[in-house]
Design a protein around this ligand. Structure first.
Ligand code: SF4
Length: 315
């Protein structure tokens, strides 16, 4: 008898506390102030979220100089440099900061180590908004390292005063390889005071690692510019999945991917609403994958309070 086709559904997956807060920030700002509400950069890196908020009256801009003087602008979950705050103030913009508190934590670490005159090696992806925001806290102290091979170029003033920090959404394993190379070069390298790769990124990677060896195919729902979603595809492939693909929507699934497949793993990045995962489950069911088993590796309960400007007034 042929083996039954099944779906392994990773848990946790999808929205993290920082994304939930950032999306709700824009929704509440629209409720409170009406459209348009300007948002600097994509509030979170997800096409569906950005399109849905655009339909409600959010206007996404690349920089604050595109926002009319005096208007409301929301800063995205990825954080901004002090320079962005300064230019917004010059234009008298009313800012609402939806930076994830776990990104703010990395900014605080960068400021502290810069104040103590350390050289800071920031592990992260060149050009990513979060990295630009963090590096902007102390540009004269921070150098970016984009993976283990970039370590050779790192130069510091004093090898006894070096610390590494990281983007929140990296691959844990690849980051540890980079740190290992850095430590070979600078044996007195200091570690961050606590993990910079956030709980949500880590939890989603652990869940994928647990199911990947059983999967012929892992589908990750997420956008191409979502760092943590792209990492999930890599983690799946590195941990035994025979194939893995990133899709924004179920309709992007190429049915040829399902040829000869018995077990499909399914997960989603931290910026992905669950409705998009449901769409993939429905499509897979139409093709005989009716048996859905959840693979749970952690329970998540963290939530973050909304930015002060949007919290209900106390009586
Ligand atoms: S992925 Fe992590 S750092 Fe980014 S918004 Fe979510 S909780 Fe915050």
């Amino acid at each position: 008898m042929a083996e039954s086709k099944r779906v392994l559904l990773a848990s946790p997956r999808g929205y993290c506390a920082g994304v939930d807060r950032a999306v709700e920030t824009v929704e509440r700002a629209l409720d409170k102030h009406g459209a348009p509400v300007y948002v600097r950069k994509e509030i979170v890196h997800n096409r569906h979220v950005v399109d849905t908020l655009t339909d409600r009256g959010a206007v996404f801009v690349g920089e604050t100089d595109e926002v009319p003087e005096g208007a409301i602008v929301v800063f995205s979950a990825h954080g901004v440099s002090p320079e962005v705050h300064r230019t917004a103030a010059q234009r008298s913009l009313k800012t609402i900061d939806a930076t994830c508190p776990l990104v703010t934590k990395v900014h605080q670490e960068a400021k502290r180590f810069a104040r103590d005159d350390y050289d800071i090696v920031l592990i992260g992806h060149e050009g990513h908004e979060e990295v630009e925001g963090t590096a902007g806290e102390a540009p004269e102290h921070i150098q970016l390292v984009d993976g283990p091979d970039a370590v050779d170029q790192v130069q510091v003033r004093d090898p006894e005063r070096v610390v590494w920090l990281s983007q929140t959404t990296l691959s844990v394993d690849e980051t540890m390889q980079t740190v290992h190379r850095l430590r070979e070069k600078f044996p007195l390298l200091n570690d961050p005071p606590s993990d910079d790769i956030c709980y949500a990124t880590q939890n989603r990677q652990v869940a994928v690692k647990a199911m990947a060896p059983r999967c012929d195919l892992v589908i990750v729902v997420g956008s191409q510019n979502s760092s943590n979603s792209v990492r999930l595809v890599e983690v799946a492939l590195q941990n035994g999945a025979k194939a893995s693909h990133l899709v924004d929507y179920a309709r992007e699934i190429d049915l040829a991917w399902l040829d000869g497949v018995t077990t499909v793993g399914l997960t989603s990045g931290a910026s992905v609403p669950e409705v998009l995962v449901r769409g993939v489950i429905d499509l897979l069911a139409e093709h005989g994958f009716n048996d859905v088993e959840t693979v749970t590796t952690a329970e998540e309960t963290l939530t973050f309070a909304l930015p002060r400007e949007l919290r209900p007034a106390r009586n």
